[in-house]
Design a protein around this ligand. Structure first.
Ligand code: PMP
Length: 408
């Protein structure tokens, strides 16, 4: 019998909406089942290390919440999210220089839902989203699910290159294509680990304003900084032209699925209506868990725990790369979860993956982070999950694969 490839035997294949053509399992997701085998060092995933949370305290908090505020926590809420949490989020954003009134905020089911809402509200088929190259695979998937075209702009060690952005916008204008959104991850970018420099933030905002490009500032990693205080957010310089997306996934717990968007008032209203049409309201229980945690627990202490844990893992990864794969190049992140590696010329990270998995190490091929098939000479290494020793062992295994490929 022919293997079921999931499309040929689908009796509904002719019924899907045109936009569903782009809804295919991402390379990152496809990797998860292999990479989660215990004998494989998983440098692919990039999940937060939630085992570092005080689980007993959180269990007690949840039990108390149900006992004391159960009728509220287990009920529907409003589409915009609770005022209590939005007030707390306003204070969180002050840490990055943003003055946001609680009314400016929409609580979402993770910042991933905020990406979907922004896309739903702004993107028609054929619209262009300008994004860093490489960029976050989950955002690329969302934009393309709304049939938008993603056009990448080159980065260097200081983030997106403003001159390249100008050049790209000029080219799009000649081609009569309409760029609507500029999607940026300014801090410890996923997947490159790179941070957009302070002066470039100002330059890029000026270019975006001139070209009437709405900026999406996606910042889930900003508070996971190892060496310095966070730079002022793009939104701290421009409230009218920037939608800011935040999340508790990396600073508290990704499984709670609590994120938010801060947007200009007219846009914020559209986002709330769009969210109501998908989820009615974000989870009340999870919002109250976050609020109660922020009010009663030592969140700053927890962020410090995460920072130290990830810094140690980053250091282990950078040291192992220097020791075992000196022939490659890689970025040096000052926070977040990711290092972006450039393989020696001619090597292909996607073709090399099966061999890496048989050597019991997993990474994410660079091609997943470009909408146009580029990236095969790169790969993403995530240091958030494995212990420093496992990271070193993983890089040692990766080095044997790279050495073998080079000899072929
Ligand atoms: N944006 C970026 C850049 C991310 O890396 C992620 C998570 N990997 C998200 C958004 C989605 O995060 P959340 O858990 O808040 O939905």
């Amino acid at each position: 019998m022919a293997p079921n490839d999931g499309t040929q035997l689908d009796p509904w294949a002719g019924s899907y909406a045109a936009r569903a053509v782009g809804l295919v399992s991402s390379e990152v997701r496809a990797l998860f089942s292999v990479a989660s085998r215990p004998d494989v060092v998983n440098l692919g995933g990039g999940s937060p290390y939630v085992s570092a949370l005080p689980l007993d305290d959180i269990a007690e908090l949840c039990a108390r919440l149900v006992r004391e505020r159960g009728a509220e926590a287990l009920q529907y809420g409003t589409g915009q999210g609770t005022e209590e949490l939005r007030e707390q989020i306003s204070l969180v954003m002050e840490r990055e220089g943003i003055v946001a009134h609680p009314d400016d905020l929409v609580v979402t089911t993770g910042s991933q839902q905020a990406l979907d809402l922004v896309s739903k509200v702004f993107l028609d088929p054929g619209d262009v989203v300008v994004a860093e190259g490489p960029s976050y695979v989950g955002a690329l998937g969302t934009f393309t699910s709304y049939q938008a075209d993603v056009v990448h702009v080159e980065m260097d060690d200081d983030g997106l290159i403003p001159e390249q952005l100008e050049e790209t916008l000029r080219r799009l204008a000649v081609e009569r294509r309409r760029p609507k959104l500029l999607y940026l991850i300014p801090n410890f970018q996923n997947p490159s680990g790179v941070t957009l420099s302070g002066p470039r933030r100002i330059q890029i905002l000026e270019i975006a304003r001139r070209h009437k490009l709405l900026v999406i500032e996606d910042n889930p990693y900003g508070l996971i900084s190892f060496d310095s205080e966070p730079l002022p957010a793009l939104r701290s310089h421009d409230e009218d032209g920037v939608i800011y997306l935040g999340s508790f996934s990396k600073t508290l717990a990704s499984g709670l699925r609590v994120g938010w968007a801060a947007a200009p008032p007219a846009i914020r209203e559209k986002l709330v209506s769009a969210s109501e049409s998908t989820v009615l309201s974000p989870s009340m229980f999870n919002q109250l868990v976050v609020s109660t945690y922020l009010a009663n627990n030592d969140w700053d202490g927890q962020i410090k725990v995460f920072r130290e844990l990830y810094r140690e893992r980053r250091d282990a990864l950078l040291q192992a790369l220097a020791d075992f794969v000196p022939q490659a190049r890689w970025t040096r992140p000052a926070g977040g979860f990711f290092v972006w590696m450039t393989l020696p010329t001619g090597m292909n990270s996607k073709l090399m993956l099966p061999r890496a998995v048989s050597e019991r190490v997993a990474y994410t091929p660079g091609t997943g982070f470009f909408a146009d098939g580029r990236g095969s000479g790169h790969l993403r290494l995530a240091y958030s999950g494995p212990t420093p020793d496992r990271i070193r062992e993983g890089v040692r295994r990766l080095a044997t694969v790279i050495d073998a490929e080079q000899e072929m």
